[in-house]
Design a protein around this ligand. Structure first.
Ligand SMILES: Cc1ncc(COP(=O)(O)O)c(C=O)c1O
Length: 447
């Protein structure tokens, strides 16, 4: 079916006259330089040219403050990526910076652990319902990998069942289509089940008797169906399988105690990263004392696991979560943005093309194609127009406390202009002449 929009009045004409075209010349020159010494020109897939089409995108950022970032061409953006959801308070939060500077004067890493390790562990145990003991890592991948090793050690079983995204390690990435370099013997030990499909988990657990753990994001694109998370909890318990909630994103974003607190379903182990230290590199694995004590028998150890600047940042973030309304404010900002974008969608008659889903603090943009324009085409054109007008975003709204009403007004304005342009372009069937790059290719799907 061909998608039709009603042409008529276009009330947002005033947003369309641009002062000047943003250019990305320095970004593009730097990409050429970086690619001589850095494959992909980036350490992070989601920050690379695979996600930001060269020609319409900023590629490198110079500085950030609050929710605003400046690319190397000095273009300014309101950032809705928020460093892949690792920033919750806003970039350069003064309270966190003060704590980090104070620690810097004393030192970054020592030859023995610092006392901050236990202080932050205690704060996590206070906030997170399932947390009885804690160990730290640097990336989310460290924490999920440690949790899986703990589960294997505790149960004496090898198989893993996953749902969602869990990092770059063999045991997980081997289950995706981007599995080059992963030994097949490792990949064969991982099964995938579908979110909100309890039957798919039931089938795996009834057929496989060697499952050590179920690792899952408690929520991502969609809300859990009534009884789904509770069902996962019951099933894993009945089969003697360790339940691990990967709260790398949902932790300290969905609620102070993570999605487990929000949905009141308590896993055996859980992992945190991203927002725990407002952009400083820290992750944590936590959970039941009897399982965590296996840490003394397995090997999970790193030179920088107790690095003190990130722990100082985490202490400051967790103090804020304990003493102030951080998540309720994040949620209000996310709700406000969601309402504004939904209004823009309805005013521009683009409901058939774009919908929002997920939690207001981490909202997903879902694109539907038309006969002439596949979803990836529309997503790329949308990014082109949003970047050009000063909003940096990928496929989600990752709100921070720094997104003020002023920023939301601006984002709403830019959404309206962009969606209007899409709607009009489809009605006039001339979007192909307006897009300036080859549309993104669909990526390996993890959610
Ligand atoms: C749910 C989830 N788990 C694990 C990871 C891996 O974290 P990291 O990239 O810090 O290793 C991510 C990263 O995006 C994530 O979103």
């Amino acid at each position: 079916m061909r998608f039709r929009v009603t042409l008529g009045m276009w009330p947002f004409e005033r947003f369309k006259s641009r002062q000047h075209m943003r250019e990305f010349t320095k970004s593009e020159a730097h990409l050429i330089r970086a690619e001589h010494t850095i494959p992909l020109g980036s350490q992070t897939f989601s920050k690379s040219r695979t996600q930001y089409p060269v020609g319409i995108s900023p590629l490198y950022i110079e500085k950030a403050k609050g929710c605003e970032v400046w690319d190397v061409d000095s273009n300014k953006y309101i950032d809705l990526v928020s460093s892949l959801a690792s920033v919750t308070l806003g970039y350069g939060d003064l309270r966190v910076n003060r704590a980090v500077r104070k620690q810097l004067k004393k030192g970054v890493t020592f030859s023995l652990p610092g006392i901050l390790e236990a202080e932050v562990a205690e704060m996590i145990c206070h906030l997170v319902p399932s947390a009885e003991m804690v160990r730290f890592g640097k990336n989310g991948t460290d924490a999920t990998t440690a949790a899986v090793r703990l589960a294997r050690a505790y149960t004496g079983k090898d198989r893993i069942v996953v749902c969602g995204y869990h990092g770059w390690q063999d045991w997980y990435i081997g289950s995706t289509t981007r599995n080059k370099g992963v030994p097949s013997v490792t990949a064969e030990l991982t099964e995938v089940f579908k979110y909100n499909d309890l039957e798919s988990l039931k089938k795996i657990l009834s057929e496989r008797k060697d499952v050590a753990c179920v690792v899952m994001e408690p929520m991502n694109v969609n809300l859990p169906n009534q009884g789904f998370l509770e069902g996962v909890r019951e099933l894993t318990k009945a089969h003697g399988v360790i339940l691990i909630f990967d709260e790398t994103i949902t932790g300290f974003r969905f609620s102070e105690g993570g999605a487990q607190e929000l949905f009141n379903v308590i896993p055996d182990l859980s992992t945190f990263g991203k927002g725990i230290a407002n952009g400083f590199p820290l992750s944590a694995v936590t959970g039941r004392r009897d399982i965590m004590m296996e840490m003394e028998e397995i090997f999970f150890s790193g030179t920088f696991g107790g690095e003190l600047l990130s722990l100082a940042a985490a202490k400051s973030v967790l103090e804020l979560h304990t003493n102030h309304e951080i998540v309720p404010r994040l949620r209000r900002i996310g709700n406000d943005l969601q309402e504004r974008v939904n209004l823009a969608i309805s005013q521009t008659h683009t409901k058939q093309l774009l919908s929002l889903s997920g939690d207001p603090t981490w909202m997903f943009l879902n694109w539907n194609g038309t006969e002439d324009y596949p979803p990836e085409f529309l997503r790329t054109y949308f990014m082109q127009e949003m970047f050009q007008q000063g909003v940096l975003l990928l496929g989600t709204h990752n709100v921070t406390l720094a997104h003020s009403q002023k920023h939301l007004n601006k984002i709403e304005e830019i959404y309206l202009a962009t969606l209007e342009s899409i709607s009009k372009g489809i009605a006039q069937n001339n979007l192909k002449s307006k897009i300036r790059v080859t549309p993104l290719k669909p990526l390996f799907k993890v959610r």
